[in-house]
Write a protein that binds this ligand. Structure first.
Ligand SMILES: Nc1ncnc2c1ncn2[C@@H]1O[C@H](COP(=O)(O)OP(=O)(O)OP(=O)(O)O)[C@@H](O)[C@H]1O
Ligand SMILES: [Mg+2]
Length: 285
């Protein structure tokens, strides 16, 4: 089988109409890595046809963020898509996605989009949801795969699909990590070797927290915090233990799955990571 590459709406419509069976989509900003490959592999397993979108969405970058230096690697991205048996790659330019310039009408992420990532990156999730909604309409998938690494994004896209009645099943894929446990991200290429070492404090903090799961929220937060305090090169933006529905800090009596999430700046690079943790005493067998 071959992987078809299209750039325009017209080409996409024709190629999409020719796909058969259940169609899955994996949305990316390019600079593909094994995390993206895992999303594609999962989609390939579940669906009859797989579409990958590659679009560096200006709407989700604030002025002064890294849009202009973001890695662009279309040739190697296509090689990965071919290897993974992708049927169709849609790689539009901003002109194709936003023919009238910046859209005045956008999807609002609401209160859930204002916390955590949203509080450091105002407007970010409105930009994400707007492009995801547009790509849902253009690609018309039955299934859509998103990474747990971006836990808040995943939650917001799920909510959007439900709240705005997109007939699309949103599927989460666990975070793919490097051998040393660093969460894979296209932005990891920005890290110097010193940064790279310091960046390991994020996953180490999450694991330290996870190891305290049965002891409850305070112990989890303290263990994670202690690791981060020991790494002066990581400037912590937030470290939280939140419930997976409202993203609010969980109280000490909380039992069940919570998300331990961290964001930190290492050198010039802002990194995020998280772990779903089952909090509270283990029930006797
Ligand atoms: N390590 C990973 N494991 C699983 N999914 C991932 C991983 N990294 C990214 N994804 C998922 O891939 C999809 C596309 O993400 P994106 O293109 O933004 O890549 P990225 O690595 O997150 O880049 P960046 O860190 O610059 O945002 C999203 O659903 C994202 O959650
Ligand atoms: Mg990302």
């Amino acid at each position: 089988m071959t992987t078809q590459l299209v750039h325009t709406r017209k080409e996409l419509r024709a190629a999409r109409d020719a796909l058969s069976g259940r169609v899955a989509v994996v949305m990316t900003m390019g600079a593909l890595h094994p995390g993206h490959a895992q999303l594609i592999a999962q989609a390939r397993q579940d669906a009859d046809s797989v579409v990958v979108t590659i679009f560096l969405n200006p709407l989700q970058f604030a002025a002064g963020e890294d849009l202009s230096r973001y890695p662009r690697t279309l040739e190697s991205d296509l090689a990965i898509c071919r290897e993974q048996g992708v049927d169709l790659v849609f790689a539009p330019t901003p002109d194709v996605m936003y023919p009238d310039g910046e859209p005045g009408i956008r999807v609002s992420a609401g209160a859930l989009g204002a916390v955590l990532e949203g509080s450091s990156r105002p407007g970010h999730f409105d930009g994400v949801l707007t492009v995801v909604a547009k790509l849902f309409h253009l690609v018309r998938p039955d299934l859509a795969y998103f990474g747990q690494k971006d836990a808040q994004q995943l939650l917001l896209i799920r909510r959007m699909a439900t709240d705005l009645d997109f007939p699309i099943e949103v599927i989460a894929v666990p975070t793919v990590r490097e051998d040393d446990d660093l969460a894979m991200s296209s932005r990891n290429v920005y890290l110097t070797s010193t940064d790279r070492e310091a960046a390991l404090s994020l996953s180490r903090a999450l694991r330290a927290g996870e190891a305290q799961a049965v002891r409850g929220p305070a112990a989890i937060r303290r263990a994670a915090r202690d690791v981060l305090v020991g790494e002066p090169l990581a400037q912590v933006d937030y470290l939280v233990l939140v419930d997976p529905v409202r993203l609010e800090e969980v109280p000490e009596w909380y039992h069940g799955v919570a998300i331990l999430a961290v964001a930190a700046k290492v050198g010039t690079t802002r990194l995020i990571d998280n772990l779903p943790i089952t909090v509270g005493p283990v029930a006797p067998a």
